[in-house]
Design a protein around this ligand. Structure first.
Ligand SMILES: [Zn+2]
Ligand SMILES: [Zn+2]
Length: 492
């Protein structure tokens, strides 16, 4: 007999991940909106073979998980994973008054209640370790414990005399190893603990000595999504891919890849489709021996803005040898059965625009002003804007009697993207001007980016979900202020 008779999934852990704050669980009506989405999304995940769901907790979260979803996840055989940026919570901040020595020395040379902890202090390590043990005692269903540091780029580790010689990676590993050692004493099958390779821990250092139940979680958020991770032609990704290979060596292959194919913050809320990148990425990860992969999502908003990427990711976890273009057409047909050809054309346009906009990596809403060739970048963005016009035109080809509820919502997301991309091109152009002219052009560009939100505000609440309705509004304020700040003194 030839050919495949059975096929087991290419990846053993196939996870979606969400920030727990995006549930808006403190506001009953908003929380209900997210749960209504979950009741549809969890069966969708299960049908595509996703077998884990991971919640990311932040410092301001009062919850570790969404209890309301546990029965549904269990029913569908989807494992639950907890943790996130929890180190600042495991060392309660109110201990600072009595025990400042537990806390990190910051850049200014003072102990401060922000950041992680002083790893030279055994009592601080013990507090954090016991907090992690308590998580596991109270939530025995947790199948993988993610203990990450504060979600900041730099400066959350300690600079005291004892800690300063240790890199952030080694300080962090000291904490994770202490937790893993305590968990290993607790039961024969200790829950594995994750060390996050991200921002200041993205690059491994050779002195790392992980315990056997510690695995790394590699999260290359600022990589380029215009090229595959193993594409040597990319100016950004080779450095990231190299860091992954070195982590694999240091951890004897025990690792997880955390991907951002539906990250609405990274992508500025713009709609993207990168199925060919996802296919090639997961082939590259699998070729390195990685068998665990996850993808960050933002609830209903990710389904609206990244439907092709969610499907492509799910397919790639089963087998990365799928046809990316067929996936795009399949998703158009599933979502728009009565106008599939027009919407397939629109999705193809989105994929072409994605490749141009995402070139170079980083957050879409924090465009680089240090490009060696700003005029080339501006041309690229304006070409993407024109392609987004094509996507809108394709959606407009759909006859009234074939139009479904999703078509105007997706069209609105693409219009939002068109306005943002135009604004970013203008912003980069303005940065090259001087004096009043620079200020005027900069303000007009930021104004255009800000006004683009009108398109999202018109979208049906159930389709854009809590993230599109509430989180986007608050993160948008942060983006706009940061854009203005880079021009020095732009007026509102
Ligand atoms: Zn210290
Ligand atoms: Zn690239």
């Amino acid at each position: 007999m030839t050919g495949k008779t059975t096929s087991s999934p290419a990846f053993t852990r196939r996870a979606f991940v969400s920030d727990i704050m995006t549930w808006q669980y403190e506001k009953p009506d908003r929380f209900a909106l997210h749960l209504a989405h979950d009741r549809e999304f969890i069966p969708w995940m299960a049908a595509r073979g996703i077998n884990a769901f991971s919640y990311i907790r932040h410092e301001r979260d009062s919850r570790l998980k969404i209890d309301e979803l546990l029965p549904l996840l269990n029913e569908h055989g989807i494992a639950s994973e907890y943790g996130g940026h929890v180190l600042p919570l495991l060392l309660p901040r109110d201990r600072f008054a009595a025990n400042p020595e537990f806390f990190p020395v910051g850049a200014a040379g003072q102990r401060n209640p922000r950041g992680n902890l002083c790893v030279a202090n055994d009592a601080a390590i013990a507090l954090v370790r016991d907090g992690a043990l308590r998580y596991m005692r109270e939530n025995p269903e947790c199948s993988l414990l993610h203990v990450w540091g504060a979600d900041v780029r730099d400066g959350a580790w300690c600079r005291c005399g004892d800690c300063a010689p240790l890199s952030p990676q080694r300080q962090y590993m000291a904490v994770v190893n202490a937790i893993a050692a305590a968990l290993a004493e607790g039961s024969a099958a200790a829950t594995p603990v994750v060390y996050l390779a991200y921002h200041d821990t993205l690059d491994p250092v050779p002195e790392l000595d992980p315990r056997p139940t510690v695995s790394f979680e590699w999260a290359p958020r600022e990589r380029c999504y215009s090229h595959a991770i193993d594409d040597p032609a990319c100016t950004v990704n080779p450095r990231y891919f190299d860091s992954l290979k070195r982590y694999i060596d240091l951890f004897d292959g025990r690792g997880h890849v955390f991907e951002y194919y539906a990250d609405a913050i990274l992508f500025g809320g713009l709609g993207f489709a990168t199925p060919a990148i996802i296919a090639r990425d997961l082939r590259a990860y699998r070729a390195l021996g990685i068998t665990s992969v996850s993808c960050l999502t933002f609830g209903a908003f990710s389904v609206l803005a990244y439907p092709v990427n969610l499907e492509a990711f799910a397919r790639a976890t089963q087998s990365p040898d799928f046809d990316p273009d067929a996936t795009l057409a399949d998703v158009a047909a599933q979502r728009h059965p009565r106008c599939a050809p027009a919407m397939t054309a629109a999705y193809r346009a989105i994929a072409r625009a994605s490749s141009l906009i995402l070139e170079g990596g980083g957050e879409v809403m924090r465009p680089s002003l240090n490009s060696p060739a700003p005029s080339a970048r501006i041309r690229e963005l304006r070409a993407a804007r024109d392609i987004l016009d094509d996507a809108r035109a394709a959606a407009d080809m759909v006859l009234d009697d074939a139009r479904d509820d999703l078509t105007p919502a997706e069209r609105a997301i693409w219009q939002y993207g068109r306005e943002v991309v135009q604004g970013i091109a203008d912003y980069i152009e303005a940065a090259g001007l001087a004096g009043d002219e620079r200020r005027r052009a900069g303000e007009a560009a930021v104004g255009r980016i800000g006004d683009a939100i009108t398109h999202v505000r018109g979208i049906d609440l159930a389709l854009k979900g809590t993230w599109g309705a509430y989180d986007l509004e608050s993160v948008r304020d942060i983006w706009l202020s940061a854009l203005r700040r880079r021009f020095g003194d732009l007026q509102r």
